[in-house]
Design a protein around this ligand. Sequence first.
Ligand code: DX5
Ligand code: ZN
Length: 232
Amino acid sequence: MNLFQTRERRPLLAPSLLAADPLGMRVHIDALNGTHQWLHLDIMDGHFVPNLSFGPMFLSALRRNYPEVPMDVHLMVASPESFLVPFATQGADVLTVHVEATPHIHRLLQSVRELGVHPGITLNPGTPVEFLYPVLHLVDLVLVMSVNPGFGGQSFLPEVVPKIEALHRFREVQGLSFLIEVDGGVSAENAECLVKSGCDVLVAGNSVFGTPQPELAANALLEAGRRGLNRG
Ligand code: DX5
Ligand code: ZN
């Protein structure tokens, strides 16, 4: 799956299933009517973040039912080492780990690559972006958290925008090709600014699934994002 040769198609939309109806997941995903490019799956363990969500069995069911859709797995767990194999074997295309969750981020990213999955790295709003620089040559995706992780439906934190700009510059200067993804409070109101700052992948939960017509909301978000491509 060459989901990382897609920068020319950006922005991509990764709706977050945390905001979908747990009793009507299939109905909610199908209501997107193919407007999305990826699906974003938040894995929470009640330790790294104060909430619980999905496990590998849920990913496996998604993979069986949507074999063509790239599965973007965001691990918000303590000891992420223990979760790489379960999610890699159940169909993750991207496995994103928090830099705060392990003292051995370099080794962890190598392990993800060895499992045949695209490695992603992410950071909380309070973590300096410079902490990522030593390992950015190892990743295919950088996820910038724009809310404190653990819950959907929070307000976007504008102070993370300079991190997106810094990553975009770093990528150009170093000749790297990782995608930049933003997660938390993303909506049609801020998508243009995010893409203008360098974001390639928009994660959106409530601004898509919290609306009566997810397909319309997804299209509006992508359209707003595309306006940001004219960087000026
Ligand atoms: C938050 C999660 C997000 C969340 C985003 O910890 O990582 O993916 O689902 O939800 P919204 O878009 O509603 O802020
Ligand atoms: Zn997420």
